[in-house]
Design a protein around this ligand. Structure first.
Ligand SMILES: [Zn+2]
Length: 595
């Protein structure tokens, strides 16, 4: 095995427990169970007869609930982290499963609380929410009730849930089975290789143009073979969504997602329109890339072709230094916080057999500090990954001021600190490079990453909108879906990129369409928000820093809209979203200047 610079970088979980057989694990679970039973005995009656429910009792309940969840979180995190670090160890698997099962039992004892709170009449609930005693829990108590108009009776909910297993969930499983069993046959060096979907898609990043073209043709050729089934699954699920929306009194197919994201739909509409208006920015880049590749025009399979030269190897110690220096340039507090992760061993970075792939940051609760896992492989992408996860880590540290219920953020703002951290490190790295080819590779890579998040996810959302509205008229056919897909993509690629006709199957393997409709706009929101904030930082300089830190400290204590206001951000204004595109234009202009 090649020597790896992150060898030996393992996390120290002793702040949670000392070993998988630490006796305190069992005693914590036991005391959580007892506390949950006591909680139910003490508060069920009060919650279910809300005319006598006082703010003082509700406050007591919230405090008690937070204590139980915190304790459960400590055990759950420990078991989960231990398992992630070594998935092959049977005793870790056992612990993880045991903790999960026991936690579910305990959580079920507490479930009545949320349901009962949802049932409390508006008038009584409003009075309680307004009470000063409950100030710290106001956002949580309010936002929990947002599903109230869309929740059915207990019997109906139960029926829907149980029928879903053989209904929409079954179609979802069928989709996963079909797409994960796909085999793509590709001739390479006189051999026929059999590849899975992610393997063949990764060939689109290869330097050999002919290989990229054949890989793309093979992908859509194979998908078209399953076109009838994939169309039937998607068509059925859209109809199912439309039916359930009607039963739950949602006025619009996206409404449920907006509610989950705590975002007003009109802000999303504005954001998407601004993104669309900026498609010409992408066209400019595609023409620039064609020039770099010495092609008259870019084809779809050239989009991710490599350009310039990669910086490699990038040792872990250097990554640590670069990240800390980049954070320091933003604010010394950032460096101090991130420095703790390295110094106190809160990061597990080495590549080991049995360790989980990918990367994540776990921020279990305000009483505990976060942990970061990654698989550091000495390349630039991994430097960015560490910067990303440490961004989450800083957010997790700074928002420890909040109580348990105000700690987490909704999806739309969950990636703010992570992507911001990446931007800081990216700019810092770019500045340090003097090799022109390396600068080209860095900039192109960043721009393409941003496009994949901002523009492509916007196209995906537009396609979903088109599909839902077409389904309201009639059943969807492969032909109809293909047309809608090409229509949505045609706007993005314009005349700058040629799309092969087989690309009409491009929609058919995307899991988000199947498992979580309209999820994709959250990516656009998160990325553009950060780009716009980053732009503000550049424009405002140091005066931006304390406002940004205050935003991270606020955790999830209010809706994103409200939390962003002190920064002068209004997500309903097109001008705000446009700032994000100015930042993107800055990157493409920089690239142009180098070329
Ligand atoms: Zn992230």
């Amino acid at each position: 095995m090649a020597s790896n610079s992150a060898a030996g970088i393992q996390w120290d979980l002793s702040d949670l427990f000392v070993a998988h057989d630490d006796r305190r694990i069992e005693s914590t679970l036991m005391s959580c169970r007892t506390s949950a039973e006591k909680f139910a005995a003490r508060f069920r009656e009060a919650l279910e007869h809300p005319t006598t429910l006082s703010a003082a009792i509700l406050h007591e309940a919230m405090e008690e609930l937070a204590l139980i969840y915190e304790a459960l979180g400590r055990v759950g995190s420990y078991a989960g982290l231990l398992y992630a670090a070594d998935t092959a160890k049977p005793e870790y698997q056992d612990l993880d499963q045991r903790v999960e099962q026991r936690s579910t039992e305990i959580r079920n004892l507490l479930l009545f609380f949320e349901l009962a709170w949802l049932k409390v009449d508006d008038e009584i609930a409003d009075q309680l929410i307004k009470d000063e005693q409950l100030k710290a829990y106001r956002h949580y108590l309010t936002s929990q009730r947002r599903y109230r108009p869309h929740t059915l009776s207990e019997v109906e909910e139960k029926l829907l849930n149980e029928r879903d297993n053989t209904g929409r969930n079954a179609f979802g499983r069928l989709f996963s089975e079909v797409t994960s069993s796909l085999v793509f046959k590709l001739e390479r060096e006189d051999k026929t290789e059999e590849l899975n979907l992610s393997q063949i898609l990764s060939l689109l990043h290869e330097p050999d143009r002919n290989l990229r073209r054949r890989a793309m043709e093979t992908v859509y050729q194979e998908l078209s073979q399953h076109g009838q089934v994939l169309t039937f699954i998607y068509d059925t699920l859209i109809q199912d969504n439309l039916t359930v929306d009607r039963l739950r009194s949602y006025r619009h197919p996206m409404e449920q997602r907006h509610l989950a994201n705590e975002i007003d739909g009109t802000a999303v509409k504005t954001m998407m329109a601004v993104a669309e208006k900026n498609y010409p920015l992408a066209h400019d880049y595609f023409r620039l890339k064609a020039k770099l590749l010495e092609l008259p025009q870019l084809a779809l399979y050239d989009q991710y072709a490599p350009v310039g030269k990669e910086v490699r190897p990038f040792p872990y110690a250097k990554a640590q230094q670069v990240i800390l220096d980049a954070f320091e340039a933003f604010d010394p507090k950032f460096r101090a916080l991130a420095g703790e992760f390295f110094a106190k061993n809160w990061i597990d970075a080495e590549i080991r057999k049995g360790k989980r792939g990918g990367a994540f940051c776990a921020s279990p609760s305000p009483k505990l500090h976060p942990y970061v896992l990654c698989n550091y492989d000495d390349n630039l992408r991994d430097v960015m990954t560490v910067a990303h996860e440490l961004g989450h880590g800083l957010h997790g540290c700074l928002s420890r001021k909040q109580n348990y219920f105000n700690y987490d953020t909704p999806l739309t703002t969950a990636e703010t600190a992570s992507v911001f951290g990446e931007m800081l490190v990216f700019d810092y790295l770019l500045e340090q490079q003097s090799d022109r080819e390396v600068q080209i590779a860095l900039l192109a890579g960043k721009i393409e990453d941003i496009f994949a998040t901002v523009f492509r996810q916007n196209v995906l959302t537009r396609f979903e909108e088109l599909a839902f509205s077409a389904r309201q008229e009639k059943r969807l056919t492969p032909d109809a879906l293909g047309k809608l897909w090409l229509e949505a993509n045609g706007k993005y690629y314009g005349d700058a990129v040629t799309m092969p006709d087989s690309y009409r199957w491009g929609w058919s393997y995307i899991p988000h369409f199947i498992h979580s409709r309209f999820y994709c706009y959250s990516y656009v929101f998160g990325q553009l928000l950060v780009l716009a904030l980053y732009r503000m930082y550049k424009d405002e300089g140091k005066s931006f820093v304390p406002k940004y830190i205050a935003l991270l400290e606020a955790g999830g204590s209010d809706t994103p809209d409200t939390l962003l206001k002190p920064l002068g951000v209004d997500i309903h204004q097109p001008e705000f979203w446009q700032k994000g595109f100015e930042e993107i234009r800055g990157l493409t202009t920089k690239l142009q200047a180098i070329i």
